[in-house]
Design a binder for this molecule. Structure first.
Ligand code: DUC
Ligand code: ZN
Ligand code: ZN
Ligand code: ZN
Length: 483
């Protein structure tokens, strides 16, 4: 059984041209004019683009005393409805837990996925067991390792642990990821705010100013440089962090930044809404920022100093959020966005002229496929690539609403936003997964995507290793040092 997509315009990260796409066996079999297939999908007036890849989701994650409410089933439905064909979720061992045990848990959870997925592995503690197991994790195709510099007392790792882990990741040919916020300062500011009676959701924003993120981003970049590992900074939300990434890239360091669609389009005024529920539903870390920071992020995407747009999809119901009434530090951190990332980015990016359609593809799909070493299987419209495609109708419109959304929660942080640009069809490995407002790919259709290590790239980060390699020093009358 073959499928042909006709009458559309192919848009990739670097080309725009009219052609048909023939799909056989879940892969792109041919691209050209006059192609013939068993099933025909009409893409008149539409763009044919690589399906979105969301490199940052937390599905059914145990966190802050509860579990995020979208699992791999509802989460991947939300993804497909919004034109995203792959998610990369975080396997999260408890401090002290085996990485391989955590992986088993995530393997089980992902069984009902409607689209393809992969994992990052979180390093939440450090020891010989973690060091040893990381090699096995890499062998299983998980080559990106996340480090939390915040969440003191639970997920946070200290600099010595992070440095050791970064070195190991570099030696294994992987990529280090960081949640960059100074967890010590956040804990101190939170305690002070609570003691002074600032218990509402706005206290969350006050407790995590841009400086805590800028400081941590700089620190992570320097530690990564010393460790010789490529670094991916998740949810870059402010100029202070972006500035550090820009400077590192200019200096030739392999560092990438990832703004979220939430930070690009929603600002800190949300936390001052008199409705507690409204404000608490938007509590996430890092918090939303002001317009100047948003401009910085948009400019970074256009200029190439920021590379990927993600969601950090971590959805909690209103009831879950309410456990933080009277203490903002107990509001589960997280917002949704999987279904809305592409339509919101197209509306606020492409329709406003901030991004070209090709740049849109780069930051929603192709760049991350390259960074995570799964290109051109994913993130491409090439013969031999997986037929993970979105047939994008730039004229289709809707008003975002929690009513009818795929996500399992009872609200949507983008409620009321008018978007123009929506998927007409989403294809997952050649299967029509989203058509006429319905999910068609079956549960369990999604497959795990293994990503090989890339030892070759990781040695060239900087000359630091050579400069600091121990050299023997001869001093008169004193034993030789360094041999
Ligand atoms: N930030 C959130 O808002 N939720 C999940 C984890 C994170 O870092
Ligand atoms: Zn984070
Ligand atoms: Zn996250
Ligand atoms: Zn289902």
């Amino acid at each position: 059984m073959s499928t042909v997509i006709k009458n559309g315009t192919i848009v990739t990260a670097d080309l725009t041209y009219a052609a048909d796409v023939l799909i056989e066996g879940g892969k792109i079999a041919a691209i050209g004019k006059g192609l013939v297939g068993d099933e025909v999908l009409d893409a008149t007036g539409c763009y044919i683009m690589p399906g979105g890849i969301d490199p940052h989701t937390h599905l059914e994650m145990p966190f802050m005393g509860t579990y995020s409410s979208d699992d791999f089933e509802s989460g991947t439905r939300a993804a497909l409805a919004g034109g995203t064909t792959m998610v990369v979720d975080f396997a999260l061992p408890n401090p002290g837990q085996s990485l391989l045990d955590a992986l088993k848990v995530w393997d089980n959870k992902s069984g009902r996925a409607h689209c393809d997925y992969s994992f990052h592995m979180a390093v939440t503690w450090w020891g010989e067991q973690v060091f040893e197991e990381m090699a096995e994790v890499v062998d299983r195709g998980i080559t990106s390792f996340k480090h939390f510099m915040a969440y003191k007392g639970s997920l946070m790792v200290n600099d010595d642990e992070m440095f050791s882990s970064f070195r190991r990741v570099g030696d294994l040919g992987g990529v280090a990821l960081v949640h960059a916020e100074n967890g010590d300062v956040v804990a101190e500011l939170s305690a002070r705010l609570l003691a002074e009676g600032n218990t509402g959701p706005e206290g969350h924003a006050y407790s995590r100013p841009p400086q805590v993120e800028g400081e941590a981003t700089n620190r992570a970049i320097m530690i990564a440089d010393m460790a010789g590992v490529p670094l991916y900074v998740v949810h870059t939300s402010c100029e202070e962090s972006h500035e550090a990434i820009r400077r590192a890239r200019q200096a030739g360091k392999r560092v990438w930044g990832e703004p979220l669609i939430q930070h690009l389009t929603l600002d800190e005024s949300e936390y001052f809404n008199p409705d507690w529920d409204h404000a608490a539903r938007r509590v996430m870390s890092p918090p939303f920022r002001n317009k100047a920071h948003q401009d910085s992020l948009w400019n970074g995407l256009a200029a190439g100093s920021l590379s990927c747009v993600a969601t950090d999809h971590c959805a909690f119901t209103s009831a879950q959020k309410r456990t933080g009434i009277g203490d903002f530090t107990k509001i589960p951190n997280g917002t949704g966005g999987l279904e809305d990332r592409l339509p919101m980015l197209w509306t606020h990016g492409v329709n406003t002229g901030r991004l070209t359609p090709n740049e849109f593809v780069a930051v929603t799909s192709t760049n991350i496929a390259k960074i995570l070493n799964m290109y051109p299987k994913k993130g491409a419209v090439l013969v031999g690539s997986d037929a993970d495609l979105v047939i994008w109708d730039p004229e289709a419109e809707k008003v975002i609403s929690a009513k009818g959304q795929q996500s399992a929660i009872d609200y949507n942080v983008f409620e009321g936003q008018h978007v123009k640009g929506l998927p007409r069809y989403t294809l997952s490995r050649g299967v029509v997964a989203w058509r006429d407002g319905k999910i068609e790919s079956p549960e369990g259709h999604g497959e795990f995507v293994a990503r090989p290590a890339r030892p070759a790239v990781n040695r060239a980060l900087s000359a630091w290793k050579e400069l600091t390699a121990p050299r023997p020093v001869q001093r008169a009358g004193i034993p030789v040092s360094g041999v």
